[in-house]
Ligand binder design. Structure first.
Ligand SMILES: CC(C)(COP(=O)(O)OP(=O)(O)OC[C@H]1O[C@@H](n2cnc3c(N)ncnc32)[C@H](O)[C@@H]1OP(=O)(O)O)[C@@H](O)C(=O)NCCC(=O)NCCS
Length: 194
């Protein structure tokens, strides 16, 4: 038997994607920076309507907690973008992040549009699609995924419209208003792997 190219103890060659500015027709997705730490951002996380389907709903938020989370994302190399609209009256309306597993080249995407007046105008689908495309191309990911409570119909539609397919269900994973609801996962592969 010939020698293995890599010893069993060798570490996989891995690379975290470095987030870049992503432009779409109405949005600029900007790597999250100092100017995005605002009371408005903290307010989104403390708005029960915004976090209704989100595990952030279980506690109060403050600026220092937000900073800790953003720092942890940065330290872990997980890309985080602020969603800025071209409409100056709206500006920064939310954030979109990717939890990257570099060894397996998979990324799990999460989105929060906190500015409620921006809901229902296609911003969510535009940001989601752009980040998934970026991760599969520039980010060299094999697979992008997302998950939400089945009751979050807007989020399910966003994942379907972004060309994702069902990727598993965790039955009764969450309690929403005292009722058990499923966690539904969706995923899309890089074109060569689809
Ligand atoms: C979920 C969220 C990202 C949706 O963003 P949005 O910009 O309002 O969504 P869009 O306008 O792009 O709409 C996407 C689809 O959802 C549908 N939709 C929007 N709001 C809806 C609602 N309240 N109920 C059902 N469908 C809805 C739209 O009609 C569209 O579907 P269509 O293409 O079939 O017409 C946004 O509301 C949000 O961030 N909410 C708070 C945080 C959250 O729930 N994040 C996801 C947790 S994983």
């Amino acid at each position: 038997m010939g020698r293995h190219k890599f010893s069993l103890g060798s570490r996989p060659r891995v690379r975290m994607p470095t987030p870049e500015v992503i432009e779409t027709s109405r949005l600029r997705l900007v790597p999250f920076d100092e100017r995005h730490f605002t009371a408005r951002y903290v307010g989104w996380l403390n708005d029960p309507a915004v976090v209704r389907f989100n595990e952030q709903r279980h506690r109060r938020h403050d600026l220092s907690g937000c900073r800790e989370w953003v720092e942890a994302m940065r330290a872990g190399g997980h890309p985080l973008w602020a969603i800025e609209t071209n409409d100056p009256a709206l500006g920064h309306v939310g954030n979109i992040a990717a939890y990257v597993d570099p060894a397996n080249r998979v990324a799990d995407v999460t989105i929060l549009i906190g500015e409620r007046s921006a809901w229902g105008h296609g911003i969510g689908v535009e940001a989601w699609q752009a980040v998934c495309d970026w991760l599969l191309a520039r980010g060299r990911m094999r697979k992008v995924s997302g998950g939400t409570m089945a009751a979050n119909r807007a989020m399910v539609r966003i994942m379907e419209r972004a060309g994702m397919h069902p990727d598993g269900i965790r039955t009764g994973q969450f309690l929403l208003d005292g009722q058990a609801v499923d966690l539904v996962h969706y995923a899309r592969f890089a074109p060569a792997l689809a």
